[in-house]
Design a protein around this ligand. Structure first.
Ligand SMILES: O=C(O)C(=O)C[C@]1(C(=O)O)C=C[C@@H](O)C=C1
Length: 128
């Protein structure tokens, strides 16, 4: 800005541009931190579901549990509403993750069957 005079129109615009650029950088820093947190949270979730998949395969339990999924979706929609997040988006996001988990569960179950690790069905008794 030239000293002792009002800023020229172009100068004022470039000061505003500079402030906008700084704000954008600041917000992008937060977005990067949040994306990193999401990756870590998802990694922890998949560590748990990996163990669930192995447990289910060992005990010949079905990979998907629609009743559990319905309860999770209803809960997440409520949480999203409270947090002012679009519940339809929350549902789509959870369905996307669960779809991936079920695929992993199926792959684990297939491997368990091939390697003979899956627990064989209990033979039916004739008595009773
Ligand atoms: O809780 C289970 O039974 C899981 O296998 C985990 C999970 C999930 O990702 O939350 C995945 C598949 C099921 O249909 C339900 C839930």
């Amino acid at each position: 800005m030239s000293e002792g005079t009002a800023p020229a129109v172009g100068e004022a615009a470039s000061v505003a541009d500079e402030a906008a650029r700084e704000r954008l950088l600041y917000l992008r820093g937060s977005i990067d931190n949040l994306d990193a947190a999401l990756v870590h949270l998802l990694a922890e979730r998949f560590k748990c579901t990996q163990q669930v998949g192995e447990l289910k395969a060992r005990h010949s339990l079905p990979p998907a549990d629609p009743a559990r999924e319905a309860a999770q979706i209803a809960r997440l929609r409520r949480l999203a509403e409270d947090a002012r997040l679009d519940p339809a988006f929350a549902e789509k996001f959870l369905n996307f993750i669960i779809g991936e988990v079920v695929q992993h569960h199926r792959a684990i179950a297939d491997r368990a069957v091939t390697s003979g690790e899956a627990r064989a069905e209990q033979p039916r008794t004739t008595a009773g």
